[in-house]
Write a protein that binds this ligand. Sequence first.
Ligand SMILES: [Zn+2]
Ligand SMILES: [Zn+2]
Length: 378
Amino acid sequence: MGTPRDHYDVLGLPRTASPDEVKKRYRQLALELHPDRNPDPAAQERFKEINEAYAVLSDAEKRAVYDRFGHGGVDQRWATPEDLFRGVDFEELFRGSGLDEIFGNLFSGAFGGGGQRRGRSIQVEVELSLEEVAQGARRTLELERLAGCGTCGGSGAAPGTQRQACGTCRGSGQQRVSRGGLGIQFVSTMPCSACRGQGSVVTSPCKACKGDGRVRREAEVDLDFPPGIEDGAALSVRGAGEAGPAGAPAGDLLVQVRVAPHARFERRGLDLLASLQVPFHVAALGGAADLQLLDGSAEKVQVAPGTPGGTVLTLERKGLRDARGRRGDLHVLLDVAVPQRVSPRARELLTELAQELGEGAPRKGKLKGAWGKLGKRD
Ligand SMILES: [Zn+2]
Ligand SMILES: [Zn+2]
């Protein structure tokens, strides 16, 4: 085995990188290379590499030792992965990304000792309408997933028999692996390959699950989406993923939220933007026009006399609400409708009106600010 790569090279950072830069760069790479997102085996190797690099470079003491003595120095002081990763708070690092739990689980599984491997997490995407976002929504998902086998109670051993301690790891579920680096031998632990980290093996397998302790089964999971949820938000339901092998804890259900575009409303955070057509006589004389809201109710929008088209009216606290009771505003872009078909009588009246208003000669138009309004319409 060759010399491990330089931690700075692994993260693509100069040796002068600040702690913030290390954190930022690692976070970015980890999101890219996480096995739940990137199935490429090469990415898995890279993922291990960046985790080690981060464990060292994110800790002032480990980084100082590494800078002076290189891999050998670090390996001597922090010989096992448990030592190396102790104190690295991955959950904190990924909080809010929707991946904090995945990372928490991943690292407790990979480095936390214990050996028992959790079940796989299941990722699903759920599309919500803006109406559902406004109200909050409940969805029932039908999933086909590995669940604990009822015949053997998840142990994988045929009824009346028991799992036996693994001979290879003597029941610890872990395997010691020595590795050489810079002339120094050091030892790390990995899940035992004979029992896949379980510490025990099945000698007479359960027929229903062939010794795995799990069977594929359909299940329904209820999901609650709070009002105001954002497009791209991630939810996780602990333990709603696949059952773990041999009775190990289940993985999680990870839900990615998509909010479908709406025909009449656009959204920015909790604010909504809608366009409302008003007849030109309402714009001229003032009046009210009905705007249908997301909950189906009608909002009377008051239009002041002489309101030009393109005006944006803001109705405070009529936007989306969120679970904490905050509420956004509703912005209404007025679109003044000009009659397309004109009856002879209407033509007469309009001509008379034009004479009365003296609008025969165009007045100086105002271009100022028009681009801004165009921008708002996108
Ligand atoms: Zn079974
Ligand atoms: Zn074993």
